[in-house]
Design a binder for this molecule. Structure first.
Ligand SMILES: [Zn+2]
Ligand SMILES: [Zn+2]
Length: 132
């Protein structure tokens, strides 16, 4: 079991199955909310231990699809915690336990700022990996 939390520890969660996929999104939205490197967790394996009332949801404006959650006390990005799908992304930085994973690919590399240098050999996609 892996534990994760926000910066102020108001929001705490566990994941009973280690995530299997890690990726980095370089789009401006992921960068700004602070969830560039994320892992996918299975909804069945995820449990919120504490902080349900602290989680705020940012619903995206039209044309963007993905809602984002964050701790309303400390602002830590919590990815798509609480999403209804089979799995959802959570920022890798929220995990307190080590993730035995490496970034599998980089997406939206065309939106990457000049100063962000990719230093691994993971596959790079100009946009979304499915669309590219
Ligand atoms: Zn917090
Ligand atoms: Zn993104």
């Amino acid at each position: 079991m892996l534990e994760g939390s926000c910066c102020c520890k108001a929001v705490r969660f566990t994941v009973s199955e280690p995530p299997e996929m890690m990726a980095t999104c370089h789009c401006s939205r992921c960068r700004k909310v602070g969830m560039s490197t994320f892992v996918f967790v299975k909804s069945d394996a995820f449990s919120l231990v504490d902080g349900h009332s602290q989680i705020s949801v940012y619903e995206p404006e039209e044309s963007f699809r993905y809602r984002r959650t964050f701790c309303s006390r400390c602002g830590t990005s919590l990815g798509e915690i609480g999403s209804s799908g089979d799995s959802f992304p959570v920022p890798a930085n929220c995990f307190d336990d080590p993730l035995n994973l490496k970034v599998r690919f980089h997406e939206f590399v065309r939106e990457k700022p000049e100063w962000a240098v990719i230093c691994d050999d993971a596959k790079q996609f100009e946009g979304h990996p499915v669309a590219s």
